[in-house]
Design a binder for this molecule. Structure first.
Ligand code: PLP
Length: 398
């Protein structure tokens, strides 16, 4: 990032940041499909390997197209540095293996993406233990700290029930305990929420979700200070190799160009559908952070500029009714993915949360009657008609 540049609005950074035009004068960002780079002479090679000179060496250490994506994402999060990874999960792994050692302790939200929970549990084999606590119970985070606690990890809003973690409050608790706060910002993206400005130390992204936004590729990123990322986290990624492919980086950086517009459109549609669903007789309860009925509505307004695209609701009935509702859809895709221009509909209890024990599922509030929708960019009118078909199918069940 050019520090001496005039400050630019995010819409401008989304379109412009990170691209330093080459001598070819290309308008769109260039795609460098190359695994290695050539040096002008042996002396230059030696200087680059010794770190005396900046420049390309090998694409596990860095690639020009991936760097455009990293610079653009860092500009959007208001951060010094972003580091792209092969997936959201490998971004989380890199943070843990870069910053932690055997004997360290993590406090994490109990409402996390399923594979994130599994990954944190795997770390126990290497002597890194995790205590899982309720996302919205700040005292529980404080009580869970030990003298070995080094990391707090959370997602906000949670999936699928849109529970919020108070980033400002949890950053204070983490720092008082000598720990760092890591926020997985995949649901809000920097367009709706900027955890670093609220006190978080690192942000994680699954670029696979809204940053791509069109379901084309896997990728992830870690965002934060140069001091934190440029040391052991970068060393882990460039050594172990969970790097983003240049082709995926090119897709994601084009995704970033439309991210402000898409997040606004996803959020507007999701809020409108949430309000409409609250009025439906067959709906028991709707979960969406920017609904005035949300128990943390004030916090939602303070820390996120809009609600994002994911909502959930409890249907009157059980699994039979939920399946009938889902199967009646003519437009929405039945898939567990989210953050796409295409609206997706999911039954969390048997898919994303299917591996939990029934008790853990009940504790997470994920019952058989719960349905999650990731609202895409189709016409709101068509989506409502599709959902009306679902309600008709549920009535036919009874
Ligand atoms: C999908 C997802 C991940 C994992 O990302 P991948 O790119 O699939 O590895 C992590 N966190 C959240 C919140 C996600 O939705």
């Amino acid at each position: 990032m050019d520090k001496d540049k005039e400050p630019r609005q995010r819409e401008t950074e989304a379109v412009r940041a990170g691209h330093h035009r080459t001598a070819e004068g290309e308008h769109s960002e260039p795609l460098f499909i190359t695994s290695s780079y050539v040096f002008a002479n042996a002396e230059e090679a030696a200087a680059r390997f010794a770190g005396r000179e900046r420049g390309n060496i090998y694409s596990r250490n860095g690639n020009p197209t991936v760097r455009i994506f990293e610079e653009r994402l860092a500009a959007l999060e208001g951060a010094e540095r972003a580091l792209a990874t092969a997936s959201g999960m490998s971004a989380i792994l890199a943070v843990c293996l870069g910053l932690l050692r055997a004997g360290d302790h993590i406090v994490a939200s109990q409402s996390l993406f399923g594979p994130t929970v599994a990954l944190l549990q795997m770390l126990a084999r290497f002597g890194i233990d995790t205590t899982f606590v309720a996302l919205d119970d700040v005292d529980a985070w404080r009580r869970a700290c030990t003298k070995h606690t080094r990391l707090f990890f959370l997602e906000t809003p949670s999936n699928p029930l849109s529970v919020l973690g108070d980033i400002v409050a949890l950053a204070d608790v983490a720092h008082a305990a000598g720990a760092r706060l890591v926020v997985d910002n995949s649901f809000c993206t920097p367009i709706l929420q900027q955890p670093l400005a609220l006190g978080a130390d690192l942000v994680i992204h699954s670029a696979t979700k809204y940053i791509d936004g069109q379901g084309r590729g896997l990728g992830g990123a870690i965002v934060g200070s140069e001091a934190l990322i440029g040391g052991d986290i970068f060393l882990f990624v460039r050594t172990a190799g969970p790097v983003m492919s240049p082709f995926n980086a090119w897709i994601f950086l084009k995704g970033l160009e439309t991210l402000p517009l898409r997040m606004e459109a996803h959020s507007a549609r999701a809020l409108s559908l949430s309000l409409w669903l609250e009025d439906q007789p067959l709906v028991e309860e709707v979960f969406y952070s920017h609904l005035p009925s949300h128990p943390q509505y004030a916090l939602a307004r303070a820390q996120q500029s809009a609600g994002g695209g994911v909502l959930a609701f409890r249907l009157r009935g059980g699994r039979k009714e939920a399946f009938a509702f889902i199967d009646a859809s003519r437009i929405m895709s039945i898939t567990a993915n989210l953050g796409d221009t295409k609206t997706t509909i999911t039954h969390p209890a048997t898919t994303t949360h299917g591996r939990l024990t029934p008790e853990a599922r009940a504790a997470a509030g994920v019952g058989d009657e719960l349905i999650r929708i990731s609202v895409g960019l189709e016409s709101l009118e068509d989506l409502k008609r599709d959902l009306e078909g679902g309600f008709a199918a549920v009535r036919a069940c009874g």
